[in-house]
Design a binder for this molecule. Structure first.
Ligand SMILES: Cc1cc2nc3c(=O)[nH]c(=O)nc-3n(C[C@H](O)[C@H](O)[C@H](O)COP(=O)(O)OP(=O)(O)OC[C@H]3O[C@@H](n4cnc5c(N)ncnc54)[C@H](O)[C@@H]3O)c2cc1C
Ligand code: SF4
Length: 331
């Protein structure tokens, strides 16, 4: 049995109390939501916090609300299972439901939260190993010393952000609310990430992600696509969130393509999305968009399968999503 190292445990009953605890902490404090990733990391020794703040007793972080004016608001502590079963998600955001169903296993989704998913640590097969394994190889940039074993020329860690929800939520135009004891801000989810595997969130000290807001856009077609090693349950090797709005004449008037699990932050494919604007979805256009995606994404050899294969799969996932949209328009 692998034991956890010792830490002080806090379970605040309100958001205010949680923010006060975080404001008093000077680093070395870990926020705990469902714990499905954090506890694994703590057991592997990739994270050894002195204080752990569990958010599970805070009811105000666990509410879902929907209106056509305000869209969908999800609390950071809502579990993936609760979100997937929610009637408004099923009716108005089927692509979010699709993304959730692809995550881990039913048991994990029962515990895992959306906040934890969006704040998931980055992964790398040179890093997500036991302490003994990592020490034997020589540490790396993610720990703060050593070299990058995946690409020795790198000066910034390129560990991969493997959230299955971030790409589709960015494509849907989601924003997140971040609260600290004396501040509150709402930013686009795309601005929540930076491409640095050691520190990939723009979360400030003392801040908590409290809620996710997804606008309601009638007639938006959206899809979450994923390639993984085992269909039963597994992290993505590459995923894609694709959202396109068409005019009555089936002309694309808004498009967003986001590729995940190929960098330390979701990759927004601006140019490929722009290629769709003002056009009908023809076979040639879908092929050109796919080719642009394949060229644009540049994964590192630090999770399973080869770089070239993941580039091809990124292109294939986007092409599949676009072809599905077109088929449904023709029904
Ligand atoms: C076997 C297995 C398979 C998995 N497969 C997938 C998969 O296919 N796709 C996928 O996306 N994920 C997968 N995961 C990862 C994980 O289970 C999910 O991403 C889950 O949603 C994380 O949520 P959590 O509540 O358990 O997060 P936790 O483990 O509690 O936290 C994760 C991180 O987020 C931070 N955090 C949590 N809540 C907040 C908040 N409100 N504000 C600020 N920071 C916060 C924590 O400090 C921690 O750094 C898998 C995990 C396992 C063990
Ligand atoms: S990408 Fe390089 S620096 Fe980052 S965790 Fe992997 S081996 Fe370490």
């Amino acid at each position: 049995m692998i034991r956890l190292s010792r830490f002080d445990f806090f379970s605040p009953a309100s958001l205010q109390e949680a923010l006060e605890i975080l404001a008093r902490s000077n680093g070395d404090t870990k926020i705990l939501a469902g714990g499905t990733d954090t506890v694994v990391g703590m057991k592997q020794g990739v994270s050894s916090p002195k204080r752990v703040v569990w958010l599970g007793k805070i009811g105000e972080l666990r509410r879902i609300a929907f209106s056509t004016n305000d869209g969908l608001r999800i609390g950071a502590m809502n579990t993936l299972d609760e979100i997937e079963r929610h009637e408004d998600v099923q009716h108005h955001y089927p692509s979010l439901q699709q993304a959730i169903r692809s995550i881990a296993s039913p048991q994990i989704r029962n515990r895992a939260t959306i906040g934890g998913n969006l704040c998931l640590d980055t992964r790398c097969f040179y890093y997500n190993q036991s302490e003994f394994w990592r020490r034997s190889l020589g540490y790396c940039l993610k720990r703060g010393n050593g070299i990058c074993h995946a690409a020795p020329e790198l000066t910034t860690c390129g560990a991969v952000f493997c959230s299955d929800l971030a790409p589709i939520l960015i494509a849907l135009g989601a924003t997140v609310t971040l609260r600290a004891l004396e501040s509150q801000r709402t930013i686009r989810l795309s601005d929540f990430y930076i491409n640095d595997g050691k520190s990939h969130l723009t979360l400030r000290p003392g801040e908590l992600l409290t809620a996710i807001h997804i606008p309601y856009v009638p007639n938006l077609r959206a899809s979450s696509m994923k390639f993984r090693m085992r269909e039963s349950f597994d992290f993505p090797l590459v995923n894609a969130g694709v959202a396109v709005a068409f005019s009555d004449q089936q002309i694309c008037r808004r498009a967003s393509i986001v590729i995940g699990a190929v960098a330390s932050a979701p990759v927004i494919a601006f140019e490929a999305s722009g290629m769709l604007m003002g056009k009908e979805l023809s076979d040639e256009l879908i092929e050109s968009v796919g080719a642009r995606i394949q060229e644009y994404v540049k994964p590192l050899p630090n999770i399973d399968t080869s770089v070239g294969f993941r580039k091809k799969m990124a292109s294939l996932l986007v092409k599949r999503a676009l072809r599905n949209f077109r088929e449904r328009m023709q029904e």
